[in-house]
Design a protein around this ligand. Structure first.
Ligand SMILES: [Ca+2]
Ligand SMILES: [Ca+2]
Ligand SMILES: [Ca+2]
Length: 486
């Protein structure tokens, strides 16, 4: 045993010194904070061995994400308890870890196991805890609370020339063949998206913006009376919910909700009003906010709540929520988030996701959430106005679906003016900006094809893509968005 322990310490010391996840290379400190089980599993991980058979989740992917240094909330774990476990079982797991329960992410109704957010004691080894918990019969899976950032790059040309090239087509004036062709759909009389709703999972939305206010949803099921009339757990969610700040103010970030406001204007900026910009869907469409990105980004726990919020609205009220726009990414693999996107798929909600801005190939380096295998995901790469794939845009012949305008995209933002917030416009670049062109196109398609299901809308969008040299071999469709093609 002695020799084994010495060997263990040597292996652990080497591992710790090479691993950014561990804040200290001090083996005495690690001895204090790491339990024997964590020690054993860490050694197994070092040697490339697996311990018990895992019944749920993908602890291998989770741990490789941790080892790669993917961003997460320190010391936090999301734990999905196995269906059929009792509250006593679940509390036993919590106490066994010496953990504090921070939140219930998904309630365990009707025998379903709860998903809880836990905080481990300071200095705890998350990867070791994931391994130990994954072998616990009361636990389906455990994973870090990954953190995400929006995927825009500001090019700081506020109030620039107003060239809205992303909406142009080859036959519009002005023209740009690499635009989304939305203006050709408008020219054919298709500007009204009445009856269609889109969820914006992002920062909040400056909902009083002159080019957005008419297209912001008002919840008919939960008027502002201090009561959760529709029983979804969110009191007076009149325009959506702020999962980051846990309030009904979808603009709690004030002027810092610029990214969420920008993507909103590309989907649903009010057109034909003689001012500012126009979204792919000019009118009739309604945006619902799932604000989960705050000043420091967002977490898996809040992303899951936001995705489930829209699924619940559609499932219980029959709202025609066609898609959510997800211009964000980061973190590692999350079974919890993949399952939430799966529930959205069951409800017929497309999950339009940014491919990311690191320039990498997502086929070889997974990027989440766009890389999850769910059928309802449409992953979007970014084009520049000259038709080239943007230098920052991630791509993937099997993992990214389509290209869309992403660079120098002009849209709505809140601006600070003498202590108040006012309506402004700005030009941003990123796969964040490409994504809402596709979300808007999904809404446009749904409005002209009532009853079309999510799979039909996705295949129509991919099937009408215009073959494009810069996207050939880089995305599934080998082409770029064509909103006038359906
Ligand atoms: Ca409510
Ligand atoms: Ca209410
Ligand atoms: Ca306008």
């Amino acid at each position: 045993m002695l020799s084994k322990d010495i060997l263990s310490r040597e292996i652990l010391s080497r591992q710790f010194s090479n691993n950014t996840l561990f804040n200290s290379g001090d083996s005495k400190l690690m001895d204090r904070i790491a339990g024997r089980a964590a020690l054993v599993t860490a050694i197994l991980a070092t040697l490339g061995l697996s311990s018990a058979a895992f019944a749920g989740g993908r602890p291998d992917a989770v741990i490789s994400g941790l080892n790669a240094g993917r961003a997460h909330e320190a010391g936090e774990l999301l734990i999905k308890f196995r269906d059929g476990t009792t509250a006593t079982d679940q509390d036993g797991v919590r106490r066994g870890m010496g953990a504090q329960k921070l939140d219930v992410v998904r309630q365990g109704r009707g025998g379903k196991g709860e998903m809880a957010l836990m905080r481990l004691p300071a200095g705890a080894d998350l990867a070791g805890a994931v391994r130990v918990l994954s072998a616990n019969p009361n636990v389906e899976y455990a994973e870090p609370n990954w953190t995400y950032q929006h995927t825009a790059v500001s090019n700081d040309t506020y109030y620039t020339n107003g060239s809205l090239w992303g909406m142009y087509g080859d036959a519009t004036t002005p023209a740009n063949q690499f635009g989304s062709q939305a203006a050709e759909a408008w020219a054919a009389g298709h500007t009204d998206c009445s009856g269609v709703l889109v969820g914006v999972i992002d920062e909040g939305i400056y909902f009083n913006h002159t080019d957005l206010a008419a297209n912001i949803w008002t919840n008919p099921y939960d008027p502002a009376d201090g009561v959760d009339n529709d029983g979804n757990g969110y009191v007076d969610d009149i325009r959506g919910w702020d999962f980051d700040g846990n309030s009904n103010n979808i603009n709690s970030g004030g002027a810092t909700d610029d990214h969420g406001t920008h993507v909103s204007g590309t989907i649903a900026g009010v057109g034909g009003n003689g001012t500012g910009v126009a979204g792919v869907c000019w009118s009739g469409v309604k945006l619902i906010s799932g604000r989960f990105l705050g000043r420091r980004g967002g977490t898996t726990a809040n992303a899951i709540k936001a995705v489930d919020y829209f699924t619940d609205l559609k499932t219980r009220h029959g709202l025609n929520i066609v898609a959510t726009n997800n211009s964000w990414g980061g973190g590692g693999f999350s079974q919890g988030l993949q399952d939430a996107i799966g529930r959205a798929n069951t409800a017929g909600i497309l999950f339009i996701a940014a491919a990311g801005n690191s320039g990498a190939n997502n086929d070889t380096t997974a990027s989440y959430p766009s890389n999850y295998p769910n059928a309802n995901i449409v992953a979007v790469a970014a084009l520049a106005s000259n038709g080239s794939l943007a230098s920052y845009s991630q791509y993937g012949a099997t993992t990214v679906d389509i290209c869309a305008p992403g660079s120098a995209v002009f849209s709505t933002v809140p601006v600070s003016s003498k202590g108040a917030i006012a309506s402004g416009y700005a030009s941003y670049s990123g796969t964040s900006m490409a994504t809402p062109h596709v979300a808007g196109a999904a809404a446009l398609y749904a409005s002209s094809h009532p009853g079309a299901n999510a799979a039909t809308i996705k295949s129509a969008i991919l099937g009408s893509a215009v073959p494009t040299a810069s996207c050939n071999g880089k995305v599934v469709s080998n082409g770029r968005l064509n909103a006038s093609g359906f």
